[in-house]
Design a protein around this ligand. Sequence first.
Ligand SMILES: C[S@@+](CC[C@H](N)C(=O)[O-])C[C@H]1O[C@@H](n2cnc3c(N)ncnc32)[C@H](O)[C@@H]1O
Length: 228
Amino acid sequence: MSTRGEKHFIKFPKFAANLYDYLMSAKAIRFQINEIAEYLVSKIHQGRLLDVGTGHGRLLIAINKLNPKIELYGLDISESMIQLARKNLAGIPVDIRWGNIRKSDYNDNFFDIVTCTGSFYLWDHPEEGLEEIYRILKFNHSTYLFETYREHDKEKVRKALKSSLRQENLFIRLFGPFSLKKQLSMTYKIPEIESIIKKTSFKNSYKINKITLSGLPIWLRIELKKSN
Ligand SMILES: C[S@@+](CC[C@H](N)C(=O)[O-])C[C@H]1O[C@@H](n2cnc3c(N)ncnc32)[C@H](O)[C@@H]1O
């Protein structure tokens, strides 16, 4: 079977995870992570939060800084990313697990909030992944996916990226745009995301908002609510 990205990440070598981590230390990405963290802590004051496809784990660190009362959980399909997240999160109480969101081992109705940044577009079975999130989320609670989308305004993005890269070092100026271009070439169009959601138990309660993160108008905030 062809893969959207899972197989690539399952075998992600350690050096590639470290390189990815370095790219993610860019000022613009740190700003983006803080913006997402601030949004999430405005939605939950305590309880359990799961970050699906947590990667380097930096979102969990930012959430912990803003509100240490939130219980943190991270899931990722890549062993090298899990190792990286454990290293980055050293000293912070967190449950980091290896696993595929298609089928996790969390209990039913366990989480107060589930989030995911830049991972959904890589899932080989997105409907099953969303259905699993539905199962592990508490009733009347929401999941927030932060995803890029393909039909963004390319000219606006080119200008925003040019200005944002000015503050970065040479390495990030060279490799950052390459990594972003790859992501944007794989990411979904909004109607494709809607058609996936409509095949899941979230079909009657979802919202998709176009947002700008760290000055880049390429993002969607997808809110999916588990309602009775
Ligand atoms: C592009 S990285 C994003 C990491 C981080 N969330 C960020 O914002 O930088 C995507 C992550 O999703 C993970 N991933 C991909 N498919 C997954 C799945 N089905 N279940 C759990 N994690 C998955 C990958 O291993 C990778 O760490």
